[in-house]
Design a protein around this ligand. Structure first.
Ligand SMILES: Cc1cc2nc3c(=O)[nH]c(=O)nc-3n(C[C@H](O)[C@H](O)[C@H](O)COP(=O)(O)OP(=O)(O)OC[C@H]3O[C@@H](n4cnc5c(N)ncnc54)[C@H](O)[C@@H]3O)c2cc1C
Length: 482
């Protein structure tokens, strides 16, 4: 590193929701703190950005549903989006045994063929009212067997979760579950069985909103537009970090001296760039999965069966995708000719344990959609395909034992690794969590307040929305001058 370095107090690496949260907070506080944000990409939004394909269809990088645990996050989005939303009632379905079953699957097993239903009920009864058994490990597999019994585990939970995570649930920890998987309410299941009643509304994101135009990415574009543009260094990647000297090198050779760095890039990539301190960590231990996305733009209208569905989960092996979103149902403007076209967004996971044949993937996806008549005689007018190397940060067994000491070492040197892959905490890796990790990191640096989302995921996910005090500008200024 020989060029004369630029100086900044806070260097934010990554202009996805986390980095933008940090930048937003700094801008809002209007203090004298000097800050910069750099991103390898030319446009902001990271994994939460959207693209328009050559035929004019809009695609998200995976079906994004906006849900919030924070008033602060809602206020920022309201301010940026000026009411340009479409509201949706979530309708999620599971395709299994040649039929659709409403999600959450376990509450709607009355729809299963009798032998499967009996096996699910036997399993549920065998675990019901049993004293909490000590777990052999804290694996997700054990958690599944313990909560749902063998029938539901074999028919749905094990095969489906292998498809999503691209690792067998025995390699995944149960630490992330909390609000993300509906647990068992046996009386409810039995009631639905007797009354032959569907139940669709469970969970935190039963109602969600989606941008009217531009896909999820428009949110982050608008957030970025409100920031001082001279502080955004786009199209430049972080390549090296001398943690001891607090110096960062970018792909164009720029050197930046910082006091604090908020890094939102994948933690396993960051540790490979860090020099000057011994982090004592093996990046290969960080398990993650990649996500392949295949968008299909179609002429006409969706089949009646899909008209109100948001997304569908697929359990069995013959379907390459774990989820298909009826993306045109999120907004009519996700297609170039609203009312005359519709679209499907398919997600296929991939990892060292689950390979994907990229050469045939698009054809395999289309064939599977045709097999179950989701696409019938519809004319396909557009196909779009991309692959996200970092899709899901796997909550692998032993994750926290690696992350905690690593975070301590990094923060000792002024580096806060935050966000979906920065923190590597799946339980707080959605857009709202990520944005707030950025906000809270700034508050911690400037005011010493606790980073609740990073350190206490269960508290923020507990259901109650978190109000947020806005520190007085004067207070912020005084503290930063200390
Ligand atoms: C398939 C899928 C489905 C999802 N569904 C939902 C959902 O339904 N609801 C929801 O709220 N969230 C969802 N998410 C998560 C959402 O996308 C993330 O919460 C959010 O994007 C995380 O923001 P981030 O800033 O932490 O990371 P990212 O969005 O990954 O941003 C990181 C940024 O760092 C940049 N970068 C990387 N390396 C470098 C480097 N060396 N130098 C400089 N810059 C670099 C990247 O270009 C990127 O802009 C989903 C994600 C995926 C993949």
């Amino acid at each position: 590193m020989t060029t004369k370095p630029q100086r900044t107090k806070i260097l934010i690496v990554g202009a996805g929701p986390t980095g933008l949260g940090a930048a937003w907070r700094l801008q809002e506080l209007q203090q004298d703190t000097d800050w910069l944000i750099v991103d390898a990409s030319e446009k902001p939004g990271g994994l939460a950005s959207s693209v328009v394909d050559k035929e004019g269809f809009t695609w998200d990088l995976g079906g994004h549903v906006l849900f919030s645990h924070y008033d602060y996050f809602d206020q920022v989005l309201n301010e940026c989006m000026s009411g340009e939303w479409v509201e949706h009632q979530r309708e999620a379905w599971v395709w299994v045994r040649d039929q659709f079953i409403p999600y959450p699957f376990q509450n709607n097993i009355w729809r299963l063929p009798p032998p499967d239903l009996v096996s699910c009920l036997e399993g549920l009864l065998s675990v019901h009212n049993k004293p909490a058994m000590p777990l052999r490990s804290d694996s997700f597999e054990d958690w599944i067997y313990r909560n749902f019994g063998t029938g539901l585990a074999h028919i749905f939970f094990i095969p489906y979760n292998y498809k999503v995570w691209a690792y067998h649930p025995k390699k995944v920890s149960a630490c992330w579950i909390q609000e993300r998987v509906a647990t068992v309410d046996l009386s409810r299941i039995l009631k639905n069985l007797v009354l032959r009643k569907d139940e669709l509304g469970w969970g935190p994101n039963s109602v969600f909103r989606f941008p009217l135009k531009g896909g999820t990415g428009v949110i982050w574009k608008r957030v970025a537009e409100q920031l001082p543009q001279n502080r955004l260094l786009m199209g430049r990647a972080l390549t090296r970090v001398n943690a001891k000297l607090r110096q960062a090198e970018l792909s164009d050779g720029t050197l930046i001296e910082y006091e604090y760095m908020i890094s939102c890039i994948p933690l396993n990539s960051l540790v490979k760039m860090v020099e000057g301190v011994n982090l004592d960590v093996t990046p290969e231990k960080f398990l993650y999965s990649s996500t392949n996305l295949i968008g299909i733009g179609l002429e006409g209208k969706p089949p009646d069966e899909l008209k109100t569905k948001c997304w569908m989960y697929f359990v069995e092996d013959q379907f390459p995708f774990y989820r298909v979103t009826v993306f045109s149902n999120y907004s009519q403007f996700n297609v170039p000719k609203p009312g005359e076209q519709w679209s499907l967004l398919c997600e296929v996971s991939e990892s060292a344990d689950k390979s994907v044949d990229h050469a045939t993937l698009k054809e395999d996806v289309i064939a599977a959609l045709q097999e179950i008549k989701i696409i019938d005689d519809h004319k396909i007018v557009s196909t779009w395909q991309t692959r996200l190397e970092h899709g899901y940060p796997t909550p692998f067994l032993g994750r926290d034992q690696i992350i905690e000491p690593l975070n301590n070492k990094l923060t000792e040197h002024g580096i806060f690794s935050r966000g979906r892959f920065g923190a590597w905490k799946y339980e707080v890796s959605n857009q709202d969590h990520s944005f707030m990790q950025g906000v809270e990191a700034i508050d911690h640096i400037l005011f010493g307040t606790e980073e609740l989302t990073y350190f206490q995921p269960s508290a923020v996910n507990s259901g109650k929305k978190r109000p947020r005090r806005k520190p007085l500008q004067r207070e912020a200024k005084l503290r930063s001058e200390k």
